[in-house]
Design a protein. Structure first.
Lengths: 110, 114
């Protein structure tokens, strides 16, 4: 089993749509969780951290379910500029490193 | 510097040759990470430095890969006897708190072994 699993997509949605990405992780001791965004042929960039209480940043909402080892990202009112690959990222405790999922590709069309 | 700098941005080499990839982290960041990303995959961990020492090199695929960070700042990833399967984007990242928070990545070195 991969340490971080994501649906690869692609998700093709019209502008204005709401889209949700899911991610599961295998290490129950993980403490830090993130979503990164990666544009084509660019480096990954931190989108947002994910907290147990859930957190929101504008149109983006991240949720964490520790019991199910599940993380989600919700994007409301999708924009063309949201088209990218979204990477689910989990830390490995005691090893101080982050493990990345393979990413979910989003394509927003007019 | 303002961001993580990686050089070269692109490197084409012949199978069997030796290559060096350089990473200049954000000034003051003590943690430095190397990842490798193949097409359609997420970044794969290679090695992590805390200061000058390699704290975790468990991701290095074999003994052809080696990395150093002699002064706790710039790091060099070295690949000997390159193989076509080494072709990928090599990403460097740095952070100021040993993995507890997010990383800042450089723009990567695209290595192509022909």
């Amino acid at each position: 089993r991969k340490e971080v699993e994501q649906d690869p997509g692609p998700f093709n949605v019209p502008e204005g749509a709401t889209v949700a990405f899911n991610c599961t992780y295998s290490n129950s001791a993980s403490q830090s969780f993130f979503w990164y965004r990666q544009d084509c042929r660019k480096e990954p960039k931190l989108l947002m951290s994910v907290y147990s209480s859930g957190n929101e940043d504008g149109r983006f909402t991240a949720q964490l379910n520790r019991a199910s080892q599940y993380i989600s990202l919700l994007i409301r009112d999708s924009k063309l500029s949201d088209s990218a690959t979204y990477l689910c990222v989990v830390n490995i405790p005691l090893h101080n490193k982050l493990i990345f999922g393979a990413g979910t590709r989003l394509a927003v069309h007019p | 510097g303002a961001g993580v700098s990686q050089t070269p941005s692109n490197k084409v080499t012949e199978k069997g040759k030796y290559v060096e990839l350089r990473c200049d982290p954000i000034s003051g960041h003590t943690a430095l990470y190397w990842y490798r990303q193949s097409l359609g995959q997420g970044p794969e961990f290679l090695i992590y430095f805390q200061g000058t020492g390699a704290a975790d090199d468990s991701g290095l695929p074999n003994d052809r890969f080696f990395a150093v960070r002699p002064e706790g700042s710039v790091s060099t990833l070295k690949i000997q006897r390159t193989e076509r399967g080494d072709s990928a984007v090599y990403l460097c990242a740095s952070s100021n708190n040993a993995g507890g928070g997010g990383y800042t990545f450089g723009s990567g070195t695209r290595l192509t072994v022909v």
